[in-house]
Design a protein around this ligand. Structure first.
Ligand SMILES: [Zn+2]
Length: 426
């Protein structure tokens, strides 16, 4: 059995300093907001009248991988934030080969609102920080595959901003992307830790940069600009609607979340990669950061939702409810070392040896299966470090592969109190 541990947050923590010019643009928010009714409009039928708008039946068992890339360069100097164009293109091709559909970020959100169906296995591609290589190198590859994508931009990092150097994307390039359907979203103003009292860099009017810790009203004013000012600037400068927020390094807290929610963000993104399900909380959608020094992150992510290595075998999906899973789908537990269980007897006769359990952050786990009761179970022995945990149980029954997916939450504080990177990443 192979047990893989989630090392990505640690990696990212080690690379905080690399993240000084990051943003991603997602194409889709503006179209979606222009063409689809707001949830409020949909949800406000006259009492007693039969609703005119019927929502499509969405596949609640679909799963979505969200990938996050930074710079594309031929010669890797910073393997924590770079990838070669060849490796990137190979990954885009692999998604296609494995039957994983690349969808716009806005389709993911529409699916979670119950407004739009998506294929059973999807990916969303995002680019962080706004590097010019994303415009010059990544975009042509994305065009070749016909893939939509999102750019998460920090506004001071755009060329000409106080942090936008020669490798930064320009406002003209962003406008060009916007005009061609690329989704552009927010990643703060200056790309720093958003939590009160943390050391940040501020520029004085003279341009001199100093390290400081802001608290109280000074902090509030600063964080307001990071979360809200950034959104307003992107919306005004590009004439778009911004509804997604990627938090730098994933360092946020309830106060930042509330500020983001109140300023009109619909979804917030971390860098704790995990398959996104229908019930994943919108204020902490985990993305897989794909970098040159972590080649297995992409492979592991794809395996989490791929039906088979060859991508061909049919898999029947079983609802987690039918399997009386423990913890239940959507449940939040207080224990970072839960017992994970499912009863497979509803599926029918199970072929011995075919039962497999995967847990996000761990990979395949040595679960035990009791043929008498039909119960597969695994006692987690390594604290689950993420806020939510996805489980995939698969088995063969009468020659057919059957799978069930579900997700449960782990209450913060219990999830990884010993880890310095337990803070949700966005
Ligand atoms: Zn970033």
């Amino acid at each position: 059995m192979i047990i893989r541990f989630a090392t990505l947050p640690l990696l990212l923590a080690l690379n905080l300093s690399m993240c000084k010019k990051q943003e991603s643009v997602s194409p889709g928010s503006q179209q979606a907001s222009a063409s689809s009714p707001t949830p409020a409009a949909v949800a406000a039928p006259v009492m007693g009248a039969s609703p005119k708008i019927t929502k499509p039946v969405v596949d609640q068992t679909a799963q979505v991988l969200i990938f996050c890339y930074h710079r594309l360069v031929d010669k890797i100097r910073y393997p924590g934030t770079e990838i070669t164009p060849a490796a990137f293109e190979a990954q885009m091709k692999e998604l296609k080969d494995r039957g994983i559909t690349v969808i716009p970020m806005q389709d993911l959100l529409a699916w979670k609102r119950g407004e739009k169906n998506i294929p059973p296995r999807c990916a969303v591609i995002s680019f962080d920080d706004g590097w010019k290589s994303q415009y010059e190198v990544a975009w042509p590859i994305m065009k070749k595959y016909g893939y939509p994508f999102t750019m998460f931009i920090y506004t001071e990092g755009v060329r000409g901003g106080s942090l936008g150097g020669g490798e930064a994307i320009t406002w003209e390039q962003l406008a060009d992307m916007r005009d061609n359907g690329v989704d552009i979203q927010a990643h703060t103003a200056t790309h720093q830790d958003l939590r009160e009292g943390h050391t940040i860099m501020v520029a004085s009017p003279g341009g001199k940069k100093t390290k400081t810790k802001l608290t109280g009203p000074q902090y509030e004013q600063w964080v307001q600009n990071e979360v809200v000012g950034c959104k307003q600037l992107l919306e005004q400068r590009l004439g778009i609607k911004v509804n997604c927020f990627a938090v730098p390094f994933g360092n946020y807290n309830e106060h930042v979340k509330e500020l983001a929610r109140n300023s009109g963000y619909e979804a917030m993104f971390t860098v704790y990669g995990q398959p996104i399900t229908f019930t994943s909380p919108l204020d902490s959608l985990g993305r897989y950061a794909i970098e040159a020094n972590k080649p297995k992150v992409f492979e592991d992510a794809v395996k989490m939702i791929a039906t088979s290595a060859g991508g061909g075998a049919a898999v029947a999906e079983v609802g987690a409810k039918d399997l009386a899973t423990q913890p239940a789908d959507g449940e939040t537990v207080r224990n970072a070392l839960p017992l994970i269980k499912a009863n497979l007897s509803a599926i029918g006769p199970i072929e011995p040896g075919s039962v497999q359990m995967r847990v996000s952050g761990l990979g395949v786990v040595p679960a035990s299966f009791d043929p008498k009761s039909g119960t597969v179970s695994y006692q987690v022995t390594q604290k689950l470090h993420e806020k939510s945990c996805s489980v995939i149980v698969s088995a063969k029954s009468q020659g057919k592969k059957v799978e069930a997916h579900w997700t449960f939450g782990i209450e913060q504080g219990t999830a990884g109190g010993t880890s310095p990177v337990a803070t949700p990443k966005k």
